[in-house]
Design a protein around this ligand. Sequence first.
Ligand code: TXA
Ligand code: MG
Length: 336
Amino acid sequence: METKILSTSQIEEAADLIKKGELVAFPTETVYGLGADAQNEAAVKKVYQAKGRPSDNPLIVHVAELSQVAEFAGSLPPTFKKLAEVFWPGPLTMILPVCGLSKSVTGGLATCAFRMPDNQATLNLIKKSNRVLVGPSANTSGKPSPTTAQHVYHDLKGKIAAILDDGPTKVGVESTVIDLSNPQEIYILRPGAVTKEALEKVLGQKVFLDQHLVTEKEIPKAPGMKYKHYSPNAEVYLMPVAAKGKTWEKALTFFAGKKIGLLASEKVLEKFPNEKAYSLGSGLEADFNHGLFSGLRSLDETCEIILAETLPEKGVGLAYMNRLKKASGGKWFLEN
Ligand code: TXA
Ligand code: MG
């Protein structure tokens, strides 16, 4: 199958493909999603096939209106309404009980995840197709999520009908996933750009981190979080938080003879102008998230070892470290 790259002025064509049960990758503010009509069973099955995704891993349903959530989840809890008002459209996925969608969407769970993405072209696509869309990240399962249409093309060309190209995404890591199925005890299942602190402020109640984000030995509540993920072919090593130039030098010496790439902010990279590198910007935490997947993919083209700068695990640093730890298999470069 030829995979067409469509521009944001070709929404009609993209919507027609969705209505025909084809797969169309769509842009969002986080990463590109692999879109299909959530109520077309055959289309949803094709999504799992194209990605090579395990069938117990449920999909997020993307909506353009709150009424589309109510259609499947029934009456909406006050916690949901409060959060939707502040964070939608945006990088927050909310899990609700009761769902009128098929097992292949929910992975057989009694809950369903909903999100309204902050991208006008995709909101138009949902409206024009008059469907709600499943949208896992549009990468091959296990690989870093795609933040450009080219990343999607690299992984899925020939397997999907089209990619709606709206340039690089803003946020760079996937949405925060929270479980609202018990409104008294709200859990973050996957950290993202909407932080625990921001959620607590809006809700006026404590929000908990799923145990696996705290101890790592626990089994994650979001099925997708238990799989190997975000892994380039190169080996990724985590550098100690706030590692000094000397520590980076030691790592470069340790791996001498191999093709090494540095994934770090300018502050680190300016000390190593001759090394192969991908810049995570001037030091803003949000820039780390923005460049993470794109950096892993880019360095993976030529490097065997990737040395990555780390952040303290709080605020948006929690999302960055969650993805980076998975990409590295939890391997730290330790000096001694
Ligand atoms: O930013 C995002 O969320 C992107 C864009 C495209 O919207 N989508 C995305 O989807 O990251 P995906 O499928 O790659 O990740 C969804 C995560 C998985 O870990 C999945 O297991 C979890 O959400 N999930 C979905 N429905 C769930 C449910 N009912 N209960 C628990 N976890 C759920
Ligand atoms: Mg994914």
